[in-house]
Design a protein around this ligand. Sequence first.
Ligand code: PMP
Length: 453
Amino acid sequence: FKEYYSKEKTLALRDIYIPYCTELFYRENPIKIVRSQGTYMYDQLGNKYLDCINNVAHVGHCHPHVVTQIYKQMGACATNNRYLHDNTVILAEKLAKTLPKALEQIFYTNSGSESNDLAIRLARQYTGNYDILVLDNAYHGHLTTLFDLSTYKFKKANTDMKPPEHVHVVPVPDVYGGKYRDIDYNNDTEKLVELYVNDIRRVVEEAESRGRRIAIFFIESLQSCGGQIIYPKGYLKQTFDYLQSKGILCLVDEVQTGFGRTGTHFWAYQSYEEDIVPDFITMGKSMGNGFPVASLVTRRDITQKFDINGIEYFNTYGGNPVSCRAAIAVIDIIEKEKLMENALNVGNYLLSKFREIQKKYPIVGDVRGRGLFLGVDIVRDEKTREPGIEEAKEIKYKLREHMIIVSLDGPNHNVVKFKPPMCFSTVDADFLCEKFETVVRECQTKKEDKPEN
Ligand code: PMP
């Protein structure tokens, strides 16, 4: 594909027609991508960027098998879920193999937001309760119901907005930066988990004492926008045990983390404790490798209660043969190209290389990750762990000059995020780490030359 307009003209037209609030990377000098393949994207001049963040292009940008399957299906029929089609059930069978037996019912949607929103409707109908419990710094989607519980968004905009009355927020069990980080738990995560689970109990009991009743708890398996957070072992299990025993339904949001990203398990929540059974799992992003397809899976007794009053579920595009075909192709490629194995190996390789860098430069405060889901916490001060906001920004911008795309996240935007396509290779990893060390070194040297008071 060639460009239709010059980059300047595209930008000028975008400024006219597309609302300014619509997110744009590197707003001062945005990148125009005209082509992409594997882990690389190419701009209008043919410059090649290494993509370290696109978890939608899960099996690699424009994977030829996925592209061909979509193209062929589009030419055969692109009807809707009101007709029978094999793709609907082939995909369901493939997903079912990865899921706990109890979660056998699948709703197809077009986005993570739609899936999460539908889960709220189901949970309210099932429990008869209305309220929602969620982690702080969460992001679960752009629809009104989800925006209300995504405190990450309020903080990002630096507003003093608060969630509405029906949303109850609990602290993030963030080992490095969370509220209990200074407690001397001597690596005994049991103690830490107890503290965080007690916080949940307190919030739930306090809400109940005011007559509020919680229908559903939302949690990402690894908190992504919140800063690539991995919870301490035992947290998810104990939290679910407590909430489920009270009749509160538990949802794991796998929109960012699913489809084998963590390398060891198909769903990231399984990499904590294998006997956790959520009431809902939502998935999206990577599911269609760029083609819109998402899903919500749940139990049959929950879906049965949903149709009790005769209201049917229909979603114009959800579960159409083309989107299902795209997802089938993605799952097939994950298996055929052993991408989970690759995610685990390359992820561990990156983790060890980042940890070597961490030892040399105090601005690298923490390095964490599972498979190809990694975060590097940049700090101003190693001891106080004060977020290195300017430093992180500088690292991101300098990496772009080296033709590497990363993003920043966490409530303070100081966590450098890595969630590349699953075909990220050790060659990509070496290139990234070499440049990453260069820019971190420059940033550290600049800081030491100009000590702060
Ligand atoms: N959940 C999580 C964890 C997400 O990161 C996102 C999107 N960033 C969503 C839900 C919403 O997905 P979508 O943008 O497809 O609606």
